[in-house]
Design a binder for this molecule. Structure first.
Ligand code: UD1
Length: 441
């Protein structure tokens, strides 16, 4: 495992312009959707991330041909597929591997996918995925830690999801594209990534209506064909850099992103005192004074995203006043709090609510990243802490943030990646020095 660390010296306002990458949470289901046809698909604006590498590894293991060009455009050709199998070793590192289940079953009539197992941020079961596929006529057994599924041809069915599930909706929508007859998914997730996947499937010949609403209707077709697709911008990366700018009282422009993807986040940032200028394909943010504390409550899109709550906890930690962060999607998604407290944050946890009293300043401390978004909050806190903060186990960050140190350097932060092992002394990387993009990954 990559044991790199990040060394960050706080105290500089972020200034300048960076480009936002393609969305991880769109790329993963779209790569799985490539299993639904036997022609080469081309996917552009793919972020260079560990989770994408894991998905490519998974597809290749099945015999799918994946070629990558220097601009991170992928060509994915499933015509050479030999096995319909996702092993534990890969699935355990990335829960989203479950997304291959629907497409494999629907296209090839069989699939064997490891159960994802425990996850640092909560139980995260897959019952909704399995119940939906069973409703469509699949025969599913769970044995020896594996989901073993079979069917002749899936049948369209009405499916009411008990809980709003993003990957659950995506898995069932993909499965339904090749089913016999109509599937109606009620209480569907409305996330922009669900819409992006639906648009890609529609270009492949699928008949889908209602993506982006609570009810998605899919009329099965006998086969799908290849298409070219550009992945939409990453709204969580966008939100994270917006908070980074606000927290450091900086002035930043984010290019190649869309303001409408982050409506709830922009609203909260304005409430905290940020000046925000939405553009066609960019967002400019400026914070001239100490941020005001804000209260957020996570809920499915378009409400405030669970993937942004840790970053707002860091913002509140140095804000004026007291703010709360209430998590309603996942249990146990507060592991960053203990680390933020070690940096001097005043946070009290009451059930699923964190009460954060802003302090004048945070101090540096060695901290450990525990999951993807928790680690982002530690990087944000380090950007304003006094002294040098060493963030350990940043492989979590590499799962979801493309070139994070290069992007922060470009905005004037003092940050460097240290290769795994004990802390080494050395020169700071200075902005302007050329680095291999995606190095040390
Ligand atoms: C996706 C995102 C993740 C985000 C999350 C919530 C991807 C690859 N990941 O994860 O970044 O944090 O949405 O916005 O898109 N649940 C069940 N049974 C199931 C499935 C889910 O009870 O079969 C529950 C979960 O435990 C959780 C809730 O539903 O409490 C929402 O989870 P879900 O939307 O499925 O999260 P993911 O799709 O795994």
């Amino acid at each position: 495992m990559n044991m790199d660390k990040l060394l960050i010296e706080g105290g500089r306002p972020l200034e300048g312009e960076i480009r936002i990458s393609g969305a991880k949470n769109s790329t993963l289901p779209i790569l799985a959707a490539c299993l639904l046809c036997k022609e080469p698909m081309r996917i552009g604006n793919v972020p260079h991330l560990q989770d994408v590498t894991t998905t490519i590894e998974l597809l290749r293991l099945m015999g799918v041909e994946v070629t990558i060009d220097e601009r991170m455009s992928l060509e994915v050709d499933a015509s050479s597929i030999r096995r319909y199998f996702a092993p534990y070793d890969l699935v355990k590192t990335m829960r989203a591997s479950i997304l291959v289940l629907g497409p494999l079953l629907s296209h090839f009539g069989e699939a064997e996918v490891s159960l994802p197992g425990g996850c640092a941020i909560g139980v995260r079961p897959v019952n909704l995925h399995l119940d939906g596929l069973r409703r469509m006529g699949a025969e599913i057994r769970v044995e020896e830690g594996y989901i073993r599924a079979r069917c002749s041809r899936l049948r369209g069915a009405p499916i009411l999801m008990d809980t709003v599930s993003v990957t659950g909706t995506e898995n069932l929508m993909m499965a339904a594209t090749l089913a016999d007859g109509q599937t109606i998914i009620d209480n569907a997730a409305r996330e922009p990534e669900v819409i992006d996947l639906a648009n890609c499937l529609i270009h492949m010949g699928a008949r889908i209506e209602g993506a982006g609403t609570h009810r998605i209707m899919i009329e099965g077709v006998p086969r799908l064909h290849a298409t070219d697709h550009e992945v939409l911008p990453d709204r969580i990366e966008t939100g994270t850099y917006l908070v980074a700018a606000a927290l450091t009282r900086g002035h930043v422009c984010l290019r190649d992103t869309r303001p409408e993807l982050v409506g709830s986040v922009l609203e909260k940032l304005r409430e905290s005192g940020a000046e925000i200028e939405p553009r066609d394909n960019a967002i400019e943010i400026r914070m001239r004074k100490r941020p005001r504390a804000v209260s957020v409550r996570t809920a499915p899109y378009p409400a405030f995203p669970t993937d942004m709550q840790a970053q707002f906890t860091a913002l509140n930690a140095i804000a004026e006043g007291t703010g709360t962060v209430t998590e309603t999607i996942f249990e146990n998604r507060f592991m960053h709090i203990h680390e933020l407290q070690r940096m001097g944050a005043d946070i009290q946890l009451e059930g699923n609510m964190a009460i954060i009293r802003g302090v004048e300043r945070l101090q540096s401390a060695p901290v450990i990243a525990t999951d993807l978004r928790a680690s982002a909050s530690l990087v944000l806190a380090a950007l304003v802490a006094e002294g040098q903060t060493l963030v350990d186990r940043i492989y979590h960050i590499d799962r979801g943030y493309e070139c994070i140190e290069e992007k922060l350097l470009q905005l004037g932060a003092r940050i460097r990646r240290l290769p795994g092992g004990p802390r080494s002394s050395g020169e700071w990387i200075q902005p302007g020095v050329v680095h291999a993009v995606g190095s040390a990954r």
